[in-house]
Design a protein around this ligand. Structure first.
Ligand SMILES: Nc1ncnc2c1ncn2[C@@H]1O[C@H](COP(=O)(O)OP(=O)(O)OP(=O)(O)O)[C@@H](O)[C@H]1O
Length: 236
């Protein structure tokens, strides 16, 4: 199923995923360009994780008449870091890469963890563990980074720091990104484009042209937020 799709990094047409008789993804269309950062919002149960799993190649039961074209080189970051507890930080980053210690060290430096190579995962804070997870993803130079609420378990201040870090990493590595989040402001701060999923279909889309650094105090920001909340069915 994975193919090199050339001009776009992701091309999904008419994607369908059923559980029993219920279509959780219901004829979904999505294209993501190289280097584009797309944030995905949607109510609980709207199909966000299901879409990510399909794009990550973790779900072989998707069907539909359409296309599911993703690059070979995909990295995934989850809400929990999923580090191996028996491996030190650097080993976690380079696991399976064979002789990539120097690249691993550079990646750890990029995420602000120089000097922590020999630590065990349980010696790190939650935010630090997510930094390691980002280093582990980006050391592989993915064409596509899939992130399923990667900052959802972090406190507000750590989350803001992670936003700055992720923007910096994306500017340096230029992967296409699909970020699932429940946080509308996070979506607007980070993304080039925000899409809203409802019942397995994309029901709204906003291209974000606000200049960086983006501030929730900007009237343009408030206008986008209000349209997105509307699409999510939240009265404001
Ligand atoms: N293995 C499964 N078996 C049956 N139904 C499933 C399975 N996995 C997901 N579903 C259903 O598919 C729907 C979409 O689930 P999904 O996890 O993609 O939603 P989501 O938008 O990511 O939700 P949340 O924001 O709560 O994480 C839900 O109704 C869920 O119950």
């Amino acid at each position: 199923m994975a193919t090199n799709v050339g001009l776009v990094t992701v091309q999904v047409r008419d994607l369908v995923r059923r559980y029993d008789d219920r279509a959780v993804l219901d004829g979904l269309d999505l294209a993501i360009e190289p280097g584009e950062f797309v944030a995905l919002l949607g109510k609980s149960g709207s199909g966000k994780s299901t879409l990510l799993r399909a794009l990550a190649g973790l779900d072989h039961d998707v069907d539909g008449s359409g296309e599911l074209a993703v690059p070979e080189n995909v990295s995934v970051v989850f809400q929990d870091s999923r580090l191996l507890p028996w491996a030190r930080v650097l080993e976690n980053v380079v696991l399976g890469l064979g002789g990539a210690d120097e690249r691993g060290r550079k990646s750890l430096e990029e995420v602000g963890l120089a000097g922590r190579e020999k630590a065990w995962p349980n010696e790190l804070s939650g935010g630090e563990q997510q930094r390691v997870a980002l280093a582990r993803s980006l050391v592989r130079e993915p064409e596509l980074l899939l992130a399923d609420e990667p900052f959802g378990a972090l406190d507000a201040l750590t989350r803001l720091k992670m936003h700055v870090l992720l923007r910096k990493l994306c500017a340096a590595h230029q992967p296409a990104v699909l970020l699932v989040t429940h946080d509308v402001d996070e979506a607007i701060v980070l993304a080039d484009r925000v899409i809203v999923l409802d019942a397995g279909r994309i029901v709204a889309e906003e291209t974000i042209t606000l200049p960086a650094p983006r501030s929730a105090a900007d009237p343009g920001f408030a206008a986008v937020r209000s349209r997105l909340l509307d699409a999510l069915g939240v009265a404001v």
